[in-house]
Design a protein around this ligand. Structure first.
Ligand SMILES: C[S@@+](CC[C@H](N)C(=O)[O-])C[C@H]1O[C@@H](n2cnc3c(N)ncnc32)[C@H](O)[C@@H]1O
Length: 424
């Protein structure tokens, strides 16, 4: 019951618009309970599009208003009944009814919960055969089909239900460590663990700081800086520091800037574990004014994060068109200040973990118009070994979850990268 209540509480916050973070040891001390609760939540989130259809079918009058945890508990039980049959139908029904009885705002709905779940149980075979196309909201399917093609979008739905593997970036190339991790090399210094039987902190090499967690797509931009070692590089929007670590590994003199003090603490802890020591600055990237300009700047701009839907399925349902246009305006302010902080001759890398052209390709056109002295420096095929298909004719990098690096086939995050030079 404790597990169910904790899972419902977390799902409720995500349905209200918060970012999904898995339950941790502070939420549920027992590791097995925690794993099960997180499995229930992620299944409910990944299957949200199909569960929405079930809810419309099962609740003739729609969801009752002001009903506390009712919706979250119901979604978890539907996920269990239809998509996790190994967990048993009886517990899905029994625990849901008991959970709402413990919530003063939902108690009066325990009869409805029971009736709805019994009908769902009777229909579970039919619900289990629902079309995967329902997993993605229609407006995203339309835009992404135009941009990436219908085969890719059909694969997006599959990668959503399967979730993301764990990718690591290695501090040093060490075949013995790769073997000990049970990992497959992908491209450059990225490796992939398709299956994992323990927490990240318990994997070989964690304590010694021999790798950091970073999706293979997220590891692409920092490799494209193209400057000599020893040059000064500003990592804008740096926390928790995946790209900072790569820039230090490449030999640059790195300043890591972020506006969020809590996230910067995490960056410092991460760098401490890796034995790296960037200069750390807490500031707003839109008006940071450095004492001297930098030779290189990496701007990993805040974005809709639609490219991360395999790990954050909630972005599919929580993002509105207005959110995206708000991010577009912020990205333009950050690009403008990045240009101001860059020395003539310097390199600017712009990247976002978004699948939306408005935050990627269209921002490049905007920047080339709005910032005289900024020129495109196309990325070359030779810089994208093992992932040539991600290179666009303009010399951008565009990845998406239906693309796989190297010989892998389990997808990658959606990312967009463009590279510029400041000529004057
Ligand atoms: C996508 S995350 C960055 C991930 C990071 N680059 C990495 O590779 O680990 C975006 C970051 O932007 C930061 N951010 C958002 N708005 C900002 C601003 N105006 N100035 C500086 N940082 C900002 C957030 O705090 C967040 O840490």
């Amino acid at each position: 019951m404790k597990l169910r209540l904790a899972a419902a509480q977390r799902l409720k916050t995500v349905l209200a618009g918060e970012h999904f973070t898995p339950l941790g040891a502070n939420d549920l001390a027992d590791g097995r309970d925690r794993a099960l609760a997180n499995r229930l939540i992620t299944t409910a989130l990944r299957r949200q599009g199909q569960i929405n259809v079930m809810l419309a079918d099962l609740l003739e009058k729609g969801l009752p208003a002001r009903s506390g945890s009712f919706e979250a508990v119901l979604r978890l039980s539907l996920a269990q009944l239809v998509f996790l049959p190994d967990l048993g139908a009886h517990s899905a029904l029994f625990l849901a009814v008991e959970a709402v009885k413990r919530d003063a705002k939902a108690r009066h709905l325990s009869g409805l919960m029971n009736a709805v779940l019994r009908r769902a149980q009777a229909n579970s075979a039919r619900y289990g055969l629902m079309d995967d196309a329902l997993l993605l909201p229609e407006h995203f399917t339309t835009g992404w089909t135009a941009a990436y093609g219908s085969n890719a979008v059909a694969q997006f739905a599959t990668t959503l239900t399967e979730g993301a593997p764990l990718d690591l970036t290695l501090r040093d190339n060490d075949p013995v460590l790769i073997e000990a991790l049970g990992a497959e090399p992908l491209i450059a210094d990225s490796v992939r663990l398709e299956h994992r039987d323990r927490p990240v902190e318990a994997l070989p090499g964690y304590d010694e700081g021999r790798w950091w967690v970073q999706d293979a797509a997220s590891a692409i931009p920092a490799r494209l800086m193209g400057l000599e070692a020893g040059r000064s590089v500003l990592d804008l929007c740096a926390a928790p520091g995946g790209k900072t670590a790569q820039l230090i590994k490449a030999g640059y003199k790195v300043t890591a800037l972020d506006s969020d003090g809590t996230r910067l603490q995490r960056l410092k802890q991460n760098m401490g574990r890796l034995g790296y020591a960037p200069i750390v600055v807490e500031a707003d990237a839109a008006n940071y004014d450095p004492a001297s300009p930098f030779d290189g700047i990496l701007l990993d701009a805040p974005c809709s994060a639609t490219g991360t839907f395999r790990r954050h399925p909630e972005v599919l349902w929580n993002r509105t068109a207005r959110d995206i246009s708000g991010r577009v305006t912020l990205q333009q302010a950050l690009l403008t200040n990045a240009f101001r902080c860059l020395a003539p001759g310097g390199t600017l890398l712009y990247c976002v973990c978004s699948l939306e052209a408005a935050e990627g390709e269209q921002q490049v056109s905007w920047a080339l118009d709005a910032l005289p002295g900024l020129e495109l420096w196309p990325i070359a095929a030779g810089e994208m070994k093992g992932l040539e298909q991600a290179l666009t004719p303009e010399g951008f990098v565009r990845t998406h979850p239906a693309m796989s690096p190297g010989s892998g086939n389990a997808g990658m995050d959606g990312f967009f990268v463009a590279r510029f030079k400041r000529t004057r």
